[in-house]
Design a protein around this ligand. Structure first.
Ligand SMILES: *Cc1c(COP(=O)(O)O)cnc(C)c1O
Length: 401
């Protein structure tokens, strides 16, 4: 989706400089083509199985992007009533909505039951009782799965691993087994599935194979106890290339996930990052070029309130100039304006000579970018722009504070 033409950066045939000079920076810029391409890729790779793609809304909750996904038959993985309402408003079919999260509250459970979502992914026994009680009050039956924590080390960043036994997420196989037996006896609960999500930004297919194997073995055990499931929800976590990671391609991912799973089930996938990360870039402007004895800084107008991943995960994002300058490259520290030492997008990054007023593109910023943004330092959240049919348009205005 990105290419330089005569040293100017283009996304889907649109000059990024032309957009940048017409609107305040920073702003997020998305490619509809790329979003649809990613969705088709993962959807097609699971063609051999009955499946539902439930996009993890938390990765990027822009309503316009959700509508594009809804129109293409995508479902959603939600974690709050806010995401539920957004998904429904965007036209996501409630029969394709799954609800995760360790702290579902009464009003959230009520709204989800009323909307008749596909299933709750339950993370504790008290939650099971809560859902049963609320379903009873509404005179409804709630479909549920238990989220199991298969104790797999997906070798990802400690802040984004979820499948280890010391994480707060899900239940051990043993606890979930008790849960299933309890759930069997509850009148307003219908057991329909099992759920697992082993972590994020996973680049090692062996982790998915192991999850497939463990879940498959567990399903046979449940079957022997008279518990038959319709849905196997294998979560999200497919990694993308931020720098030089060797990533799993979607077809190998599907093979890994499906390797041990029994047939005759509907498989649910919850990709977040894979669908949207490479769909978006964050465009920012150089405010000052600051040279000290030891360092050369580019102080830009985007900060950790706009894109927090480098600050909290030490995440790497490639940064490229919107107008390429030939000649000697320099080592730059690219930093935001916020009063925190962690407000740094890149250290010692080799880039062409830059000057005040230049625009930079921070790549792979479509996932956990805007959705994790804040008003820290009293800064407005940035605008969001989409390129579709080789034209750009604003899909969310810059906040006014
Ligand atoms: C965050 C999350 C996802 C999405 O993870 P990605 O790594 O972005 O694919 C899916 N399922 C659950 C339960 C999650 O918490």
């Amino acid at each position: 989706m990105l290419e330089y033409k005569n040293n100017f950066l283009f996304i889907d045939e649109v000059s990024v400089l032309n957009i940048s000079t017409g609107i305040d920076t920073p702003f997020y810029l998305y490619s509809k083509n790329k979003l649809l391409k990613n969705y088709a890729e993962i959807n097609n790779s699971f063609k051999k199985a009955n499946h539902i793609i439930c996009y993890a809304v938390k990765a990027n909750e822009n309503p316009y992007l959700l509508r594009i996904l809804a129109k293409n038959g995508c479902g959603c993985d939600i974690v709050s009533i806010g995401e539920l309402n957004l998904a429904l408003k965007a036209g996501i079919n409630p029969k394709k909505i799954v609800f995760a999260g360790v702290g579902k509250q009464e009003n959230e459970i009520r709204a989800a039951i009323k909307s008749d979502i596909l299933m709750f992914n339950i993370e504790s026994i008290p939650e099971l009782y809560s859902i049963d009680r609320i379903a009873k009050l509404l005179n409804k039956t709630a479909r549920i799965a238990f989220r199991v924590n298969p104790d797999i080390d997906a070798k990802t960043h400690p802040h984004i691993t979820t499948g280890l036994s010391h994480n707060k997420f899900g239940l051990t196989f043993k606890e979930a087994y008790e849960g299933y037996l309890l759930a069997k006896g509850l009148k307003n609960i219908e057991i329909v599935g099992i759920h697992t999500h082993i972590g994020s930004q996973i680049t090692d297919s062996a982790s998915f194979v192991l999850a497939s194997k463990k879940v498959a073995g567990y399903i046979s055990k449940l079957k022997a106890a008279g518990i038959n499931l319709k849905y196997i929800d294998m979560g999200g976590g497919l990694g993308i290339r931020y720098k030089d990671e060797k990533v799993i391609n979607p077809s190998d991912y599907a093979d890994a996930i499906l390797k041990y799973l029994p047939k005759n089930h509907t498989i649910i996938l919850e990709p977040g990052r894979f669908l949207v990360a490479e769909t978006g870039v964050l465009i920012t402007k150089v405010i000052y070029v600051k040279k000290t004895l030891k360092k050369k800084f580019l102080v830009v107008d985007a900060g950790m309130n706009d894109l927090v991943r480098p600050a909290i995960y030490g995440a790497y994002h490639e940064i490229i100039p919107v107008k390429w300058k030939n000649g000697k490259q320099h080592n730059w520290d690219i930093v935001g304006p916020i009063c925190e030492s962690s407000d740094v997008f890149a250290k010692d990054r080799l880039m062409p000579l830059a000057s005040e007023g230049d625009y930079l593109a921070i790549l792979c910023a479509g996932a956990y970018g805007y959705s994790m943004s804040s008003n820290y330092n009293m800064r407005p959240r940035p605008a969001e722009i989409i390129i579709e049919n080789n034209k750009w348009r604003i899909i969310r205005k810059r906040e006014i504070l």
